[in-house]
Design a protein around this ligand. Structure first.
Ligand code: 5GP
Length: 205
């Protein structure tokens, strides 16, 4: 059976990175796609681990060559999902996680109607602001931009299939896993199995 393509989005500071890492560590069958970006690495980030870091020119060349499943511009930088890894892992039956923002998520939904879209919410707006400030890696101007962007992104949440509220990392990780497990058993994602049983029933009847 093919794996599920899972989009996980959330405002900057909502903790989606931490939750995805925990999900992959605690449960089998998940693969995380590493995106390409034109933004500069943050302290501690490694090329090929956190992102494939590219110049704007390199990124634009990759767009031209149709190397991305989706791509978008976010706060002045390009971000995109390289296609081959995702296709390979899905065909191997792995559930593939894309940690991407709202514009990219909508592109994925259009191209892959079976994709599962999940939005990680903070427990509240103030909590989000405090988390962004506490991270200490961004300037005040960037934090302000990210909060403005969060307002814009909040308009897109209704396009998602599920939200998961991150007031506790352990609980939110378990919730994410449960959502994915349940979503795997919707009829559209079990079409082959349903058809097989139907055919077998016809033969038996
Ligand atoms: P950051 O710069 O904080 O790592 O990421 C900024 C935003 O870009 C986050 O919302 C993140 O989910 C999103 N992002 C990361 N990789 C991709 C990608 O490949 N495609 C799209 N559309 N968004 C991405």
């Amino acid at each position: 059976m093919k794996g599920i393509l899972i989009v996980v989005s959330g405002f900057a500071g909502a903790g989606k990175g931490t939750i995805i890492k925990k999900l992959i560590k605690e449960y089998p069958g998940y693969a995380l796609s590493v995106s390409a970006t034109s933004r500069s690495p943050r302290p501690g980030e490694q090329d090929g681990v956190n992102y494939f870091f590219k110049s704007r020119d390199e990124f634009e060349e990759m767009i031209k060559n149709n190397e991305f499943l989706e791509h978008a511009e976010y706060v002045g930088n390009y971000y995109g999902t390289p296609r081959p890894f995702v296709e390979k892992k899905l065909s191997e039956g792995m559930n593939v996680l894309l940690e991407i923002e709202v514009q990219g998520a909508l592109q994925v939904k259009e191209k892959f109607p079976d994709a599962l879209l999940i939005f990680i919410m903070p427990p509240g707006a103030l909590e989000l602001k405090n988390r962004l400030t506490g991270r200490g890696t961004e300037t005040e101007e960037v934090i302000k931009k990210r909060l403005q962007r969060a307002v814009e992104e909040s308009e897109g949440i209704e396009n998602y299939d599920f939200i998961a509220v991150n007031d506790d990392v352990d609980k939110c990780t378990a919730m994410l896993h449960n959502i994915i497990q349940s979503a795997a058993y919707t009829p559209k994602r079990q079409a082959e199995f349903i058809e097989k049983v139907r055919q077998d029933l016809k033969e038996l009847s």
